[in-house]
Every structure is written in C-alpha cells, then in structure tokens.
Design a protein around this ligand. Structure first.
Ligand code: GTP
Length: 204
C-alpha cells in the first residue's frame, strides 16, 4: 500500500528572495515538477505551507501546528498530526521538499521496501550524504517530535534522527546529456535555478 505524502513548502525562501516553489523551470514551476513526480508515488498528497500558493489552490494545505518558523521538522510534525487524524491505517507518510524537481520517480517505493516496522524512520541518501527531508516518517513519533521541538533549542533534523532508529536508501546520480546529476539537487538560490535549467531535458 502506498503511504500518503507531504510536500514541505513552509520555508521562507530567503536565499532566493522569492517563493522558490513558484519559479518557472522549463514548462512548469519548480513545485509543479515536484507534484508531478510525487503524486503517482503516494496515496494522498498535501502541501505544508501557511497559505495556498497561486496556481495550486486545489491542493490541501497544512499550516504548521507550532508557530515560529521551527524549520522542516515543524512541517514533519504537522504531517504526522494530520495523517494520524485522517488516515488511521497509515504507519508513515512520505516527505519531499518543494525545491527538488529531479527527485527520483521511485523514491517512495524504494524507501517503503526497506521499512522494517512502524517506528523506524527511512531516509534517502546520495553521494554519501543524508537527505532527511526526503523520508518516510513514522506517525507514531508525533508526541516525541512535539516534545523535542518545544522542549529543546535543537531543531536540527539530523539530531532528531539520531534519537531514533533510522535506515537509509541510497539513490544513484542521474545520467544526463549534460553530465551526472544528483537527484536531490535542490534550488535555493538564483544560481541554482540557472544550473537546474540546464537539466530540464530529464523533466517531463
Ligand atoms: N513547515 C516548515 N517548513 C520549513 C520551515 N523552514 C524550512 N522549511 C522547509 O524545509 C525545507 C528545507 O528548507 P531550507 O531550504 O533549508 O529553508 P527555506 O526557508 O526554504 O529557504 P531559505 O530561507 O533560503 O533558507 C524546505 O522544503 C522548506 O520549505 C519552517 O519553519 N516550517
């Protein structure tokens, strides 16, 4: 059974200076590519952001449960709370950020294939780096994550992972006519948007 999915889009895009999810890349916006890649992989899709994005009004938006721009873990907590209410049968939900248009088309099946039990976090890696915003998150960790975010100053996602059983799945670089590309390449700056534009051939 496919898990539900959440696109993390609750950040400030301060390095870009404009909502990076809505910037054009080839024939769609960055977010349009992420939605296109993720939709077939999940049973349900919601967007974590404080208000609907123009052009994407038809999606379900989840504002952070905790105020104060606490980083991506606040979005993960929001997803855990939402899916524990909406889908009692789901043990995990899948997350991906709004700024990674080349994400693997088999991301969620590959993460799900190694998921051993309802309490283990499953995270993607590439080129020997962990990418915790691409993960399968146990809904059962909601209480612990809420305490972690409200009781400590440490909001780093890797620190939270170190508290829990975590397994990883490695994804290879993509071969393109322009050379190899990390499937988790994300667009934070105008320069990275220009770099990504060189690889639109591999986007549908
Ligand atoms: N819900 C939520 N998501 C966040 C928050 N901060 C960042 N994110 C998301 O986490 C992912 C990684 O965020 P970053 O790229 O590091 O930060 P950003 O705020 O989007 O961009 P910068 O302001 O340029 O750092 C993105 O998908 C963001 O949308 C937050 O406070 N709440």
């Amino acid at each position: 059974m496919r898990p539900p999915g959440l696109i993390l889009a609750g950040g400030r895009s301060s390095r870009m200076g404009a909502n990076k999810a809505l910037l054009p890349l080839g024939d769609k916006s960055v977010l349009g590519h992420v939605i296109g890649r993720l939709t077939p992989q999940v049973s349900d899709l919601a967007v974590n952001a404080n208000a609907p994005f123009p052009g994407f009004e038809n999606y379900r938006y989840l504002a952070d449960d905790l105020a104060g721009q606490l980083g991506p873990l606040a979005g993960i907590l929001t997803g855990m709370r939402h899916y524990s209410r909406q889908l009692a049968e789901a043990s995990h939900f899948a997350s991906a950020p709004c700024d990674s248009p080349f994400l693997p088309s088999d991301l969620v099946p590959q993460l799900s294939a190694v998921c051993p039990d309802p309490e283990t976090i499953v995270i993607a890696t590439s080129l020997e780096r962990r990418h915790p915003v691409f993960g399968l998150w146990p809904i059962a960790l909601a209480e612990d994550l809420e305490h972690w975010l409200t009781d400590s100053d440490n909001r780093r996602i890797n620190a939270f992972l170190n508290r829990h059983r975590t397994v990883t799945v490695d994804f290879p670089s993509l071969q393109t006519r322009r050379g190899m590309l990390d499937p988790f390449f994300n667009i934070n700056t105008p320069e990275e948007l220009t770099q990504a534009a060189a690889f639109t051939e591999i986007l549908e």
